[in-house]
Design a protein around this ligand. Sequence first.
Ligand code: F6R
Length: 596
Amino acid sequence: MCGIIGCAGRGDDTLDVLLSGLEGLEYRGYDSAGVALANGDLSVCKREGEIQRLQQAVGSDLDGPVGIGHTRWSTHGPPSDQNAHPHTDCAGDVAVVHNGIVENYADLRAELTDRGHEFESETDTEVVPHLIEEELADGKDFEDAFRAAVGRLEGSYALAAVTRGSEAILATRRDSPLVVGVGDDAAYLASDVPAFLDYTDRVVYLEDGEFARLESGSWTVTDAEGRLLEKSVSRVEWDAEETAKSGYDHYMLKEIHEQPRALRKCLRGRVDELTGTVDVESLAGLNPSSVQFVACGTSYHAALFGAQALREAGVHAQAFLASEYATSPAPVTDDTLVVGITQSGETADTLAALREAHRRGVETLAMTNVVGSTAARECDRELMIRAGPEIGVAATKTFSSQVVAANLLSAAIAERSDGREVVEALRDLPGQVQELLDSSRAKQVAREFVDSEGYFFLGRGYHHPVALEGALKLKEITYKHAEGFPAGELKHGPLALVTEETPVFAVVTGAGEKATKTVGNVKEVEARDAPVVAVTDGASDVKRYADAVLEVPETHPRVAPVLANVQLQLVAYHVADELGRSIDKPRNLAKSVTVE
Ligand code: F6R
């Protein structure tokens, strides 16, 4: 949510670096964007709307050796030129970009207004440059003024500031990510690594309460009192190619097609096919008596899967929506493990739930895609899903990798009699996903049902999370109404909504009791004349009641959800494409939600 970029030491192309960095961050917010460049002077340009509008608006007067930029996802004040960042002080000498929420901004604004400051926006952020302005007027230098202003803030923030007459960028963070990029001659700053990956893969992760100073190719990190800190420089494994569209129309489609590779990476070196065992170093010695998963959105659906897999193996396990867990935590014992599933590792709700668990003294594990993310750093253990960068706002490949990682976690915690079969199924999974991608009829199905007003998704057991995820994907990128249900629940109410205008996607694999029961539920909707799309491996007789079929290869029940879900990702994608939606940047959404 909101993206920050900064660059010091590039010379003439600072503006280009900022603008291309903002493009790389657009998935974090796209309501408005802006840049500020400083040298002897300070110039600011900002526009409501997508980055292209800013690119058209920037003039030749915008230059300087240091600059900051921002792409916004609105929290305080609607999208507008005025509310776009950077925000400046009364004199236009200080420019600030900010992610997060300044919780005490109303008090600060009232105080500053009383002292004669004039505000141009409705944002919480604008108090920051005015606070810095006062500290500068008191005789402090830029760095001391920045530190003093930050000391007045309550809430969460990643902040960066530049000022007229200085060639430094100052930055700090609390509960919002910020990373320094170390180039040969230049230093970079961003809320997310892809923003500067074209220029460097060497990074320094800032911790809460730390301050960074970037100047013409040099950087330092200090603590709140200004003491110099020794920070290690790490190398990120992602490369710039992975964050490009590579010929696909949308990142989402590219990422759907990257799944075979992502899954191979997730499994590499972690499973022994001969013994059927799982060996993940970071999970060694885990032996919890109960497991609580906390997650949001798509990651919550993976958590539902993980909890079910563990319960089936005899371990007490539950999945909680992180936003609820933080306010109403479930009881824990000394050997409870709390697992946060979070692609970004930065979702505020999930971090709050993990911190609550930490506060209560239980062991925490971050299952995440982002090395060095807040969740990875704050938890006792980490399980990287290794899906590679995901730019499309709608999560696709990361869900598949989370389900696979949840299988690894379950195997590491509880030995099961079918361990070898699961490992074999996981080994075959990347190839099966490829097979499915090559042959899917999802595009035809999407065309057939594109005009429907509502869509339902049914699944039982491990396919319940798939039904929820299928519906979430469809609604977030098509803006159509969609609901997912446990198959058996439909008759307890939602069936009233089923008509001949509402396609029902039924996920049924295998031929056991669960499948038979779900086929029974399919008959109930078919009897109400609803069109049925069966997502199936053909083992049951569900096809007899279906108007269309999306085939998935046969596999183990704990792996089948990944395959079924890929078909539903493609359906959502193609419906959205038919409707001409903004697939990679759906309205009102942002990739990483860093406010509670
Ligand atoms: C949906 C989607 C969101 C995220 C949710 C959690 O496609 O992407 O629902 O899954 O915001 O994000 P992470 O996994 O980064 O914690």
